[in-house]
Design a protein around this ligand. Sequence first.
Ligand code: GLU
Ligand code: ZN
Length: 502
Amino acid sequence: MPDRPVRVRFAPSPTGYLHIGSARSALFNWLFARHSGGQFILRIEDTDQKRLVGDALDDFTAGLRWLGCQWDEGPLVGGEHGPYFQSQRLPIYRHWADWLVAHGHAYRCYCSEERLEQVRQQQTERKEQTGYDRHCRYLTPEQRAVHEAAGDPCVIRLAIEPLNGSTTFHDAIRGEITFEHSLLQDAVLLKSDGWPTYHLAAVVDDHLMEISHIMRSDEWLSSAPLGVLLYQAFGWEPPVWAHLPVILNPNGKGKMSKRHAVGADGKSIPVLLKDYIAGGYLPEAMVNFLANIGWSLDGSTEVFTPEQAMAAFAIADINPAPGAFPYDKLVWLNGVYIRQLEHDDLYQRLLPFVAQAMGMSVEAMAARPELRLATPLIQERIKTLAEAAPMLDFFFIDSLLDYPDPQMLIGEKMSAAQTVEALHGSAAALAALPDFDRESVEASLRALSDQLGLKIRQLLHVVRVALTGSKVSPPLFEAIVILGRQRTLARLAAAERVVGSQ
Ligand code: GLU
Ligand code: ZN
């Protein structure tokens, strides 16, 4: 293995937002760079100008930073190997494409679309494999001169050599890989409009950016032969290749696609990192989760920090077998991490989620006491940050609740009259308390349930629905204190009126 400084890259194309599988590729590269004391480079492969998505770059940078995968060189941070956008490197690709032509490793092809289509048709009729027939590879200098004099548009193609040989390279995850040249095309390297194809641009950049290890998704394995041959043609020191295993749908059926994925229960799950961020996952849970797809800390530890992963990470330990995306594990892990947070930390993370769900600004939410006080009540009950708002919304409705289903207010095995009595009695008991704290609230409601001959569960059900509009809520005595005496009494009275008028 070449002893050179570790430099790895994540090279997304801004044709869509950051996919959860690409996030894993980025994370593995970052872990490896940090493990090795090397550099992690972000390069934007924006050569497909027709399919650009305007805010994809912001999505990549925000997503990587959210994960904690800060890049050492690239957009926003600069570096000595820029520019880091392929669209700003066209003269470099042109130079190296011309160099390959001058050295006999590539050639200009003047074939028109019509001719290529004709060739395809004939090959199909003869039931041969379709592909470029290398017509222009064997043009005489005179024939080329005619095309050049006429100013015919041309592409530059790689001349696969030798045509009948084979090449073997080592993949750090998969081992020896041999490919037959007879199956390869004289692929286009530079298009007639001067833009490079992926094959040329990636190799030129990887070399000029001194990339030591190319760790990328398995879908690029079929491009590796051209990469290997290009490195040879240029006479450049090749990188270590490593193709990451495919990620399957959580149900184990088929590759997780760019657009959607299917959970174990057959329902679709998000595929974009931004949707997981918006869904209330914690970055530490996501990093832990992604690191566990195709790699593991020690084969048994499931919960670990990025620092632990960094210290232990080795490419050779990556499992080449396709692995399912264990979505349920992510939900579980996220709950684990949420439970480990300090109250104030969790509160800070909940703020934007609850504010947004309540249609409030973060400042307005932070100016109120309820969320901070209620955070400990729900910490054990939520698996994502997004789950908090529906549990706490009743704190932030300042008008009276409207009870769309008044029937819900009636207690279990209780009449409407008993329910009115329970509501009235609760209001009176709570109004009379000298101190409105948890212990007093609990004691007074327990005493009332005895007095009314109700089980405490029955009374609390009535009070809970009256105060929260829902049959489930955070622990009720605490919630009553947070809601405050005034709003509590007003809601109990309103519920009493609704049930009484039935
Ligand atoms: N631009 C390619 C992509 O979007 C990068 C492939 C590579 O890492 O070489 O996946
Ligand atoms: Zn041609």
